[in-house]
Design a protein around this ligand. Structure first.
Ligand code: 4AD
Ligand code: MG
Length: 424
């Protein structure tokens, strides 16, 4: 009979003197190893000194057993000890004792052994695959753009300065310029999944100083709706794939996925009216704060039974110079052809049609109080022929967080970075 091989971390040990059980855990499963002293005293003695979280390989026979988990146990014939763990391990892997978030991240290589925590990254990995498949099927070209840059374009988000030989450089706060550059280079549609850096001292459950952005840009669009439609289709596709591909993980994490139908669009001015009805007033030129976003999420759920909403027509005062603008005929306010996609009351995406007409762009740069000279490279990039275009940036970490109802975005990141944390 072919020998069964089990390998993994010793997750639980129960020693009854003559009989000993190990629960062995690997990436896929847990299984029981049963040692009988009288059948194999030598092996029993070798096993009895093994500590929890040591890594072993067992060769033996698989036997049906009503008492064992999964309905079988492994009777070992050979035992290889790959490493003995120091005891005690710094975190409780059974999940019974809450070790605190900081301790968890300090010992992330132990924390990630908790099956629920591992499940988050199995799902995240499938999200990336779904996103890639989606854009690939639509003919988008996958690009990789520099993360060491000479300047930034996202207003309101700060740059990390780095020493670059004898020059000053920065870590990229968005691939914005480069994805637009690729449209100017004749690529019809592009996307990038890559690291984004923001030097913001935010201590919230949704901000990181380093996160993974999913960026896309589309050429030849007539209006920003074309971008919103692709984003809507993307979210539906990703959620459908995860529901199909990650059944076990979703069950373990007790998550139910709802696939949206048509995502409602609400203009910023109308959202503010809805919020005012609930007692929250926000000035015309302002953006929603996180409380406003949360409240809007609830309103949309109540009104449209939707977890998602596109919040459209942000005022130009709250958007970067490169967004295409128009004047709202009713309020005469300068609004942008842009939207945030809000999911369960949290922004997961900002998208917009870009201003590709350099004469208008120059006016917008001046209006923002920026220097035309500094932005010359950007204007030049759009000066030798460029299709109309628009795109969006989504946060992979936030998408994972919201999909799995995680309290903190950092739980969706292997090794999170925040204003205090640079290790591990
Ligand atoms: O809204 P943001 O800043 O938009 C841009 O970067 C534009 N270039 C996008 C565009 O194409 N117009 O960032 C995009 C998304 C946010 O909606 C959010 O999901 C995520 O990136 N994000 C963060 N995630 C974690 N921590 C942070 N500090 C984040 N900042 C933005
Ligand atoms: Mg945004």
């Amino acid at each position: 009979m072919e020998k069964y091989i089990a390998r993994g971390y010793v997750s639980e040990i129960r020693n009854f003197g003559n009989l000993m059980f190990f629960i062995l855990r690997d990436q896929y499963k847990k299984e029981q190893i049963t040692f009988f002293k009288k059948d194999n005293p030598e092996l029993f003695n070798k096993a009895k000194d093994i500590t929890k979280e040591s890594v072993i390989v067992v060769t033996g026979t698989k036997k049906a057993s009503d008492q064992a988990m999964n309905g079988y146990e492994i009777i070992p014939e050979n035992l290889d000890i790959l490493s003995i763990s120091d005891a005690p391990v710094p975190l409780d892997i059974s999940g019974k004792i809450d070790s605190g978030f900081d301790a968890r991240i300090n010992y992330r290589y132990v924390d990630l052994r908790v099956p629920e925590n591992l499940a988050i990254f199995k799902v995240r990995s499938k999200i990336v695959r779904a996103v890639t498949n989606f854009f690939d099927s639509k003919g988008f070209i996958n690009i990789n753009t520099p993360k060491i840059v000479s300047c930034g374009v996202e207003s309101g988000s700060e740059l990390f300065e780095i020493k670059y030989f004898d020059k000053v450089a920065y870590l990229s706060q968005s691939p914005q310029v480069y994805k637009q550059m690729m449209i100017a280079s004749g690529f019809n549609n592009v996307y990038e999944i890559g690291e984004v850096f923001r030097a913001e001292k935010s201590h919230t459950t949704r901000h990181l100083t380093e996160f993974t952005g999913i960026d896309m840009e589309m050429g030849y669009i007539k209006d920003p709706e074309e971008v919103y439609n692709v984003l809507e289709e993307l979210m539906k596709y990703v959620l459908t794939e995860i529901k199909k591909e990650c059944k076990q993980e979703l069950e373990l994490l007790k998550v139910e996925i709802k696939i949206p139908e048509k995502i409602p669009r609400i203009k910023m001015k109308d959202a503010k009216k809805l919020l005012a009805e609930k007692g929250k007033t926000i000035p015309a030129e302002e953006d929603l704060d996180s409380e406003g976003e949360k409240m809007l999420g609830d309103i949309v759920m109540e009104k449209f039974n939707s977890e998602f909403v596109f919040l459209t027509e942000f005022p130009f005062s709250k958007r970067p110079f490169y967004h295409m603008c128009e004047i709202d005929p009713e309020t005469k306010q300068k609004i942008t052809k842009s939207a945030d996609l809000i999911w369960k009351g949290c922004e997961i995406c900002t998208g917009a049609q870009r201003e590709h007409r350099t004469s208008v762009l120059k006016e917008q740069i001046i209006e923002k109080g920026m220097s035309l000279e500094d932005m010359d490279y950007y204007i030049k990039m759009l000066s030798y022929g460029v299709p109309s275009h628009g795109g969006a940036g989504l946060g992979l970490d936030r998408i994972t967080q919201l999909m799995l109802n995680l309290t903190n975005v950092k739980e969706a990141v292997l090794l999170p970075r925040d204003p205090e944390r640079l290790t591990p």
